[in-house]
Design a binder for this molecule. Structure first.
Ligand SMILES: O=CCCC(=O)O
Length: 494
């Protein structure tokens, strides 16, 4: 692993872009200053403040819901084709502004510029996909079994929604919620993560330019998420809560949402097993592992957390992985050649250190990496651990960073049992050339998603989501829009 250490001042291009990002709350189609103190947004590559923005109070949050509630009927009555065309226009504008969005995400979140460009494509696809789904909301009808009437089943927008988005994919997690909500005819209040609000504010401006009417999308960044969220969730006008983030926060939100029996979508933590059998194509497994582990600097709920490698190929797999990891380049995401950016904050850096220390104490060995380099910003070396022992914290907790932990297994039954040894069930990855075995693993591993001989499953056209404590509901795919629709049945006697 080499490091590029420029720790630069902002370039002219970066300063000009940041100056163009709205710094207010977006409520009812107007930009508002908000009250002090402002939120300070940091560049995780340097730890420096790059922009100050408005900080919403609980009263601002309720006003945002007022605006969403006031706009709800008109938006629900807007023709699906019109809603579709606005979303399509938003996708087109995003293509025109893709360089700006990519740079902004690198600045506020740290991911390398090429990956930020990938997120613009990925995030944009939710706009395009749901623009296509908006005009395909269908119901059904038929004679009742008694032959005495017609049963009509139709779909209606659920109503005003509260969308809470995370910092790791500031654009894609917003579009994955906003696009299906708007396609279904719902209005929304969006609370972006305090660490990365700029992309959402810039996106709100894009939606305005695309023709989204006032009040349909409202954005309220805050430094006090709990205080802002509680009155919104308790308000009887709210009909749906969608959250992406940690399982503990999801549990608390579910308890609050239960008071008003809200519809909820919860995209929570993961602890993905990555299983490599002795018959796997090792080149493909190594490629898949690099993607599944180091995409987004390991900060993805889909990141491979536990590598389970058959004992007969474990040494060779680890050797090849370590070679690849040593070729990674750590640095500020805007610098040429950088493949691993900083983590989001100093707590994340401390957490990597603690997980590694615990694993080593229990018998693991560090093949490469293992510490935080001496430099500004929140960097941690990409790390490979081998001989990770059952019971280590790193096998139980979501790592959310560039640490690849390898353990071994000897039989297929053991692989399935170990893969399922977790309260989470988001995604699993399996590498084998034996299709029947692959199918047994797909059936045996208890997750909402599986990758067979691939390290990446995310796609706007696919239903993303988990089982067990990884959450409820699905985002994307044909399923995604149904999270924002409610079913109405009518009986019409013959
Ligand atoms: O971190 C959660 C989302 C990851 C993805 O959509 O691939």
């Amino acid at each position: 692993m080499t490091a590029i250490d420029t720790a630069p001042e902002l370039t002219t291009r970066e300063s000009e872009l940041l100056a163009r990002i709205p710094d207010g709350l977006f409520i009812g189609g107007a930009w508002e200053a908000g009250s002090a103190p402002q939120i300070e947004v940091q560049d995780p590559a340097t730890g420096r403040v790059i922009k100050r923005i408005a900080n919403a109070t609980p009263e601002d949050g309720v006003r945002a819901l007022d605006a969403a509630a006031a706009a709800a009927d008109a938006w629900a009555a807007t023709a699906p084709r019109v809603r579709a065309e606005i979303l399509r226009k938003a996708w087109e504008l995003l293509q025109e502004r893709r360089e700006d969005f990519a740079l902004l995400m690198t600045l506020e979140m740290g991911k390398p510029l090429a990956e930020a460009g990938g997120e613009v494509t990925y995030g944009g696809e939710f706009l395009r996909w749901f623009s296509e789904e908006a005009v395909r909301i269908s119901g059904r009808f038929g004679q009742n079994p008694e032959g005495t009437g017609t049963m009509v089943v139709s779909q209606r927008p659920v109503g005003p929604c509260y969308l809470i988005t995370p910092w790791n994919f500031p654009l894609a997690m917003a579009t994955r919620k906003i696009a299906p909500a708007l396609a279904a005819g719902c209005t929304v209040v969006v609370k972006p993560a305090e660490l990365t609000p700029l992309t959402t504010l810039f996106f709100a401006q894009l939606l305005e330019d695309a023709g989204v009417p006032a009040g349909v999308v409202n954005v309220v960044p805050t430094s006090n998420a709990r205080a802002l969220s509680e009155p919104i969730i308790a308000d009887p006008r709210l009909r749906k809560l969608s959250f992406t983030g940690s399982t503990p926060v999801g549990r608390s939100l579910l308890a609050q949402a239960g008071q008003n029996v809200l519809r909820t979508s919860m995209e929570l933590g993961g602890n993905a097993p990555f299983v490599v059998f002795e018959d796997a194509d090792l080149d493909k497994a190594v490629e898949g592992a690099m993607l599944a582990k180091f995409r987004n600097i390991g900060q993805a709920c889909t990141a491979a957390n536990r590598f389970l490698v058959h004992e007969s190929v474990a040494d060779e797999f680890a050797r090849r992985i370590a070679e690849r990891v040593e070729a990674l380049q750590l640095g500020r995401g805007t610098d040429d050649g950088v493949t691993i950016g900083p983590l989001i904050d100093d707590r994340a850096v401390a957490s990597m250190g603690a997980l590694i220390a615990d694993a080593v104490e229990r018998g693991a060995r560090v093949l490469t990496g293992g510490s935080a380099p001496e430099r500004d910003g929140f960097f941690f070396e990409p790390t490979v651990l081998v001989d990770v022992q059952p019971g280590s914290d790193i096998l139980r907790e979501e790592i959310f960073g560039p640490v690849l932990a390898i353990g071994t297994f000897s039989t297929e039954e053991e692989a399935v049992a170990r893969a399922n040894e977790t309260e989470y069930g988001l995604v699993g990855y399996v590498f084998t050339q034996d299709l029947a075995r692959g199918q047994r693993m797909i059936d045996g591993i208890d997750t909402g998603m599986m990758g067979l001989n691939t390290g990446l499953v995310s796609n706007a056209a696919a239903p993303f989501g988990g089982v067990k404590q990884s959450g409820l509901g699905r985002e994307g795919g044909l399923e995604g829009i149904h999270e924002y629709l409610s079913t109405k049945y009518t009986l019409i006697p013959a």
